[in-house]
Design a protein around this ligand. Sequence first.
Ligand SMILES: [Zn+2]
Length: 111
Amino acid sequence: MTRLQTLKPRLATAPTGRVRVFESVSWRSEKQSSSARGYDYRWQKARDRFLASNPLCVYCECDGRVTAATVVDHIAAHRGNEELFWDQTNWQSLCAPCHSGRKQREEASQQ
Ligand SMILES: [Zn+2]
């Protein structure tokens, strides 16, 4: 359990309302640069490596379910900030339903 414990989303215990993730979902379309291709490739490789080392959805794991993760999520919104984007301590593995469900919840909580 020790290794899996560290995979739990750290923000899950943060006070609600203080943490705003996916605050800006439009950065990707606004910030496309000429290096976008290489960037996407690098991200794809890094994401694959991360998923290989962290194969389970951390949200499901919190609920006692074992689900294969398919998405690497940024715990804190990077908003195009490269340092935050590539900081693996800011990454967590999620399954697709948790990833989309989380976004919907957080978007709803901001209204
Ligand atoms: Zn999940």
